[in-house]
Structures are given as structure tokens and as C-alpha cells.
Design a protein around this ligand. Sequence first.
Ligand code: ATP
Length: 612
Amino acid sequence: MFRYFENLIDPYSEYTQTDTPPTTLWAFLRGYCRPFYGVLVLMTVTEISIAALELGVIFGVGWFVDVIQTTPNLIVDYAVPGLIALAVFYLLIRPVLFGLNILLFNQTLDANSTMLIRWRAYRQVLRHSVGSFENDFAGRIANRVMETPNSISHVLGQVFGGLSYAIAFVFGALLMLLQTDARLILPLLVWLLLYSLLMRWTIRRVAKASKTASAARSALNGRIIDGYTNIHSVKMFAHDKAEIGYVKQGMETARVAFFQVNRLVSKMEITLSLLNGLLMVTVVGGAVILWLDNRVQVGSVVAATMLALRIDSMSEWVIHLITEIFRALGKVSEGMETIAQPVTLVDVPKAKLLQVPQAKIEICELSHHYGRDRGGLDRLNLTIQPGEKIGLVGRSGAGKSTLLKLLLRFYDVEAGKILIDGQDIAKITQDSLRAQIGMVQQDSSLLHRSVRDNIRYGRQNATQAEILAASKQAVAHDFIVDLKDLDGNSGYEALVGERGVKLSGGERQRISLARVILKNAPILLLDEATSALDSEIEAEILNTLYGMMQGKTVIAIAHRLSTIARMDRIIVMDNGSIVENGSHQALLAQNGQYATFWARQSGGFIDIKAVI
Ligand code: ATP
């Protein structure tokens, strides 16, 4: 039975992805809730039925009291069917309805809606450009993808569970009182009006205060994460005390903000208890007065009293429930800032697959300033012949990495274009572009998976023999076989810690080199690929790298000029433009920026003749 309800909805069912998610809260919620419409309707029906039956019992008791009072001789006739009806309701109808409602919520809606929304939100966010990830914290993005679905699920449960029951109950009560004596609904109407005002007052203030409290909590979270993430700096500068003070300050702000929320809740609860007192006095008092006046029977007094008691016990949780709903909606709005961001970097309609028979790269009038008026690249022109090896040098901030990012289409160019074998990279699919490019970066972040999985990332269908060969080529095999993680996995099965912290920088870089070797793409980009290696390993890796470069078009960024002196051509960039362009020897002869860099470095530790 459980499985039936759990499988009513498939959280991973296919759906149409959109590049422009709705920007308004309601449209956003509607989009994500569509798969649950049927379940939500069923839940509402069961809630309304439960409310109607409970009201039926209350008024049934009132009617029974009337019978006892007015026609006691008929009580024997009514007692048995009345008791049977009561038993059927409490032992059969109510448990069935209640059970159905619980199963629909717990087994069908709760876990599935959270997972369905999380699954879709995760996929949506994964489609965002590298740029949008660079502009946010990975922790915050992940947190929003994890928490927003929880909040939506919470809202659904509250609205279609508790709230629909409460609304049905109060409206049902009004209707039934109206049938008994119209005057009896007056106190309930007055109470409803005052209750709505109190609710409005609470929601407005609590929503605002909750937002402040939530922001304070996020800021505190950020402070704690910041300290732990940069633990090296904290320890290096012996700043533990300063960090503790900084976090304490954040905690105090969060505590004060939390007080504000609770002050409002306390005010609301005290006012509500007064309001409910008023309801009890006026409803029960009114019913008694009408009874004294012989306008209603004693059963109505009993029913009105039971109703007032039920509403009294319900009213507080309803206000909390609605406040919770608004609080959760606030969290959803916050999550939307990430999840509902439009996907701007998309394939053009009917984008073709990149074909790379030669790997010629043409960069024409390329400008990219990251949406600002300076920085990045400025009207850059460069043609790289098939199989040519280019070394890219320049001061920090010259725009070298930006050029590689644009080649990979991590950003859309602001002006100009990049052609690979005559095809504009803006008009081909991103996947086919990146499949043709291998890249080794300065900061080789590895995934928290086994070494084998990390290397296989280069080519998912690589055989064991190919993985081994690539590792040997990257001078990684020998240290990999000696690896052992805390769970006892060893060699290629050993798990790499978060961002590869259990490995040295050089070891990480050699693993990422192995995966690029495995990828064997016709275009190779190296961004400070050997920066983390010691000179002995570097010499070995350089041979591997030069071997890998055979038959490929290569762009290699290096601050250590020894690593690129053997390239066919060297491009010197400055301030987003190319300022020198030629072979190592030609540039030395030019006596410009490159010659200065070279003199500075070789003066220290490079034997030019040994390198070239
Ligand atoms: P380095 O040698 O230090 O790595 P670089 O030559 O690779 O430097 P880039 O990283 O391309 O330089 O940066 C070029 C300019 O673009 C810099 O002024 C930098 O501040 C700016 N820049 C780089 N990335 C971004 C970004 N994501 N958003 C905004 N500006 C950026």
C-alpha cells in the first residue's frame, strides 16, 4: 500500500526545460506544483470531508441533547442508530479519510514534491553559465537548491492540509449556526473579523522580521563558512580570536533579529487568547440568552459551546500555520534569486555540432569586458593555424584566462567572434565545442570521487587499460598506486577529498592531466598547467605535454616562461590586447616586454640553451 502511494508520482519524469523561468512567485510555484495538482485536489477533498463530518458530529450531539430533553421516550429508538453512526464515523469513515489524507501527504506529496522540485531546480541551475557560478558562492547555490524545495513542499502541505481543513470548518460552522439561529453567527463573524485583522497584523510584521532574521542567519552562516574555508589564512595569521569575535557579532545580530520575530509572536498569542475568550463568552453567552428566551433549544447551546471550544483550540495553530506559510514563501522568493535566473548562455535554435577536421582558430575583433567598461579583452585579433602551438604570456590581469574562457564559451563574447575551422562557436552546441577542447588548469579541482572516476571524467567509456596508460603518461601512476584513503580504499579506488585536499597540488594537477590525455581533444588549452609541479616532475611532465601536443592546436598560458619557450609562437598580452607576437627568438630580438620577462626569469634560474 505504501509503495502504491509512493509511486503515484515519479519525481524524475521528463518535463520541458525553460531558459526563462517565471519571475513572479505564484507563477514559479504553479510551474513546480503542476505535477501534484491531482494529489492536492484529493487532499483538499479529504480535508473538507473530515471537517464536514466533525461538524456533523458536533451538531449531531446537539440534536441528540434536544431529543433527550424534548422527547425522552424516543431516546431508545435513537440511541442504537446514533451510537452505530458514531462508531461508523470514528472507527471507519474518519480513520479511512484521515489515513488517505496522511498517505497522500506523507507518502506521495512530502518526499516526492521535495525531490521533484529539487531535481528540476538542480538541473536548471546546472544549466547556468560558468559566469553566474563565478559571481555567487557555490555553498549558497547548493543551499538554495536544497532548501527552496523543502519550503515549497512545506507550503503545499500547510495550505492543502491544515489550512483547507480550517477554512472548511469555519465556513461549515457558520452555515450550521445560520440554520440554528442567524443571531448565533454574529459573535463568530465579529471574531472572524478581529481574527483576520490580527492575522494580517502578524503576517505583515512577522514576514518582514523573519526576512531580517533569515538574512542575519545567512550572514552568520557565511561568516562561519568563510572562516572554515579559509582555515589556512586563519591559522597562518593566528586570527582565531578575531574570527571568534567576528562570528559572535554575527550570532548576536541573528539573536536580536530572532527576538524581534518572537516578540511579535508573543504579542499575537496574548491578543489571540483574549480574542478567543471573547468568542467563548459571546457565543456561549448568546446561546444561553437565546435559550432563556426560548428561541433555541438546549442542544444548540451545547453545539455552539463545542464549536467555540474547537475554534478556540484551532485558532492559534492556524495563525502559526499561516505565518509559517508566509515565512516559507519568503524563503522561496530568496531561492528564486538563484533558481529562477534566466539561462542566458544557450545554444542557438538548431545549433549544429562542431566539426574539427583541422583545428584552426580565428579570433576576430574580440572584445569582452564582463559587462563593464574596462578589463577583459579589447578588440583582439589572432589566427592560430591548425596544429600550431601558441604560448600566451603577459602581466597578471592582461586577459589571458579571459581568452581561454571565451574560447570555451563559458561567457558569450560582447563583440567580435571566434571561429574554429570556420564555424562561429556561438552557433554550434556548447557540448560539441567543449568536447573538442582539452584543458588543464592552474587550480585543478578534483571531484569527491575515486581517482579512477576522476580520470575517467575525461572520457566516460575509457577502458581500464586506457586509464592506466593515461596515468602513466601523466607521471601519476606511481603515486596513485600508493594512495590509501580513510575508508581503506587504495590505488585507483581511493577517494579524493573535497577539492582534492588529500593530494598535493602537483598530484592533483597530474590527475587532471591524465584525464585530459584520456580526452584526447584536437584543441588543447593549458592555463598554468605545470605551476604546481616541482622542477623535477615539471621536466618529466613537460615532455609528456609536448608529446600530447603533437597534432593538436595548443594555447598555453604560462608565467614560467621555460615551459613555453619551445612553442611555435609566443603572444604577449597587455591590458586586453596583443602587444607582441612571434617566436621566442624573434621576441627576444625585439627586446620588448617578453625579453624583459625572460631576462628577469632566466637571470635567476633558467638555462636558456637547456630549455630550447
Ligand atoms: P592572471 O595571469 O593573473 O591569471 P589574466 O591575464 O589571466 O591574469 P584575466 O583573469 O583574464 O587575466 O583577467 C583580465 C581582467 O578581467 C582583469 O581585470 C580581471 O579583473 C577581469 N575579470 C576576470 N574575470 C572576471 C569576472 N568573472 N568578472 C569580472 N571581471 C573579471
